[in-house]
Design a protein. Structure first.
Length: 401
């Protein structure tokens, strides 16, 4: 228990208010706490064991916008140093000639070499997408993943799903995904039970993926804070306050730990299949755990989309992690917002300090560059992706030293 009982805090507040020594203009309130306890609501710990309330009404966390006074070197990076493969691409409606020209122009400006559409497209839609890319002036700039339909898993499902995967691989899919977080959180089986990520009924498709040489791109769970109590200690309070449907109350959903355990069972059970866990497996805030996952499973890779706030708040640890696991990490962005990519380049390529992130609600901190060496940048940006997927353009990448 971190909190002191409310009655004890109330006693201390009353005592402080009554004591002439601590009473100031406006009626200051203070309290003392034991190590490990938290200050009563409305108070902050001004020195160890001593809580005090602001003497003017505090702004809410939404209205408090401190402007940094730090003056330090800035190196904005509008273009990636090497052409990047966006392994976690979600371009929408890009197959008309006009939309594709617009996307390629944005990619050129950012130095995104290849966009991988991770939009779960299968069958005729996949064939039409591949045909549109091949007929365009940019046949080597976009690749497409296929998807898996997890509805009604039961007798006969695996045979149909494997046949579809084989057809989609033949049609030009380079990987499978993005398999959505609904696997584990929301899909149910034909018999109505929750479809666990490591359900044995799914084994034939993971084996087929290995046989067909298609990496499986899997998004499991969501940030751990979304599963935790929604209180004043939750690191993502603002986001959960803005978007209440991102919460996973424990009486309705499996826990974060259970979902990761099912995911890791799956990875272990199919050592011949390559898995890429999205968003650094939602373990960017615990890189030691992600490192152990890598150490134990040579078939597992991770993609860095949408967790830049965790990479950029631990520049030394993240630098060492990226260097150590340089063969296992892929660049990916998730949402296709061209003006957000340069934040990734800046974090990965520079040693800049204490700069803003592009979302105001993910995190209450600034970012630092992790200053990766060129050989690591090359792997994270394109070499790992080109190696993992035989359907990638294999020629035309910049030569190394
Ligand atoms: Zn995604």
């Amino acid at each position: 228990m971190k909190r002191m009982p409310a009655f004890a805090a109330a006693l201390l507040i009353t005592a402080a208010l009554a004591a002439p020594a601590s009473a100031q203009m406006g009626g200051a309130a203070s309290a003392t706490i034991e190590p490990g306890e938290q200050c009563p609501e409305g108070m902050t710990e001004v020195r160890p064991g001593r809580c005090q309330a602001p003497q003017v009404p505090p702004p809410s966390i939404v209205d408090y916008r401190p402007e940094s006074t730090l003056v330090t070197a800035e190196h904005l990076v509008p273009r990636a140093k090497f052409p990047a493969v966006d392994f976690h691409g979600h371009p929408r409606g890009f197959t008309t000639p006009e939309a594709m020209a617009e996307m390629i122009a944005a990619m050129d400006e950012l130095n995104v070499g290849v966009m991988i559409a991770a939009n779960n497209v299968s069958g005729d839609a996949l064939r039409q997408t591949v045909a549109a890319i091949e007929a365009s002036p940019w046949p080597d700039r976009v690749r497409v993943m296929t998807g898996i339909d997890f509805s009604d898993v039961g007798p006969g499902w695996a045979e149909r799903a494997v046949a579809q995967l084989e057809a989609d691989a033949e049609a030009g899919a380079v990987a499978i995904g993005e398999i959505s977080k609904a696997l584990g959180l929301r899909y149910t089986k034909a018999d109505g039970s929750r479809l666990a990520i490591d359900d044995p009924d799914l084994d034939p498709i993971w084996e087929a993926a290995g046989r067909l040489g298609l990496p499986v791109f899997l998004h499991t769970a969501d940030p751990a804070e979304f599963f935790e109590p929604f209180d004043n200690t939750n690191e993502r309070w603002l986001e959960l306050g803005l978007f209440p449907n991102r919460r996973y109350p424990s009486d309705e959903f499996p826990s974060f730990e259970q979902l990761l355990e099912e995911r890791d069972n799956l990875f272990r059970r199919h050592p011949g299949t390559v898995f890429v866990t999205a968003h650094l497996g939602w373990q960017a805030n615990d890189l030691g755990a992600l490192g152990r996952l890598f150490d134990e499973n040579p078939n597992v890779y991770a993609e860095i989309g949408a967790v830049l706030y965790d990479i950029g708040r631990q520049p030394r640890g993240a630098h060492d992690f990226f260097v150590r696991y340089q063969d296992r990490i892929l660049f990916g962005k998730d949402a296709f917002q061209p003006n957000e990519y340069p934040y990734y380049w800046r974090v990965l390529e520079t040693a800049d300090e204490y700069f803003d992130y592009y979302r105001g609600y993910h995190a209450f901190w600034k970012l630092y560059g992790i200053d990766l060496p060129d050989e690591v940048l090359r792997k994270v940006y394109f070499e790992n992706a080109v190696r993992l997927m035989s359907g990638m353009p294999q020629e035309g990448w910049p030569e190394g030293e």
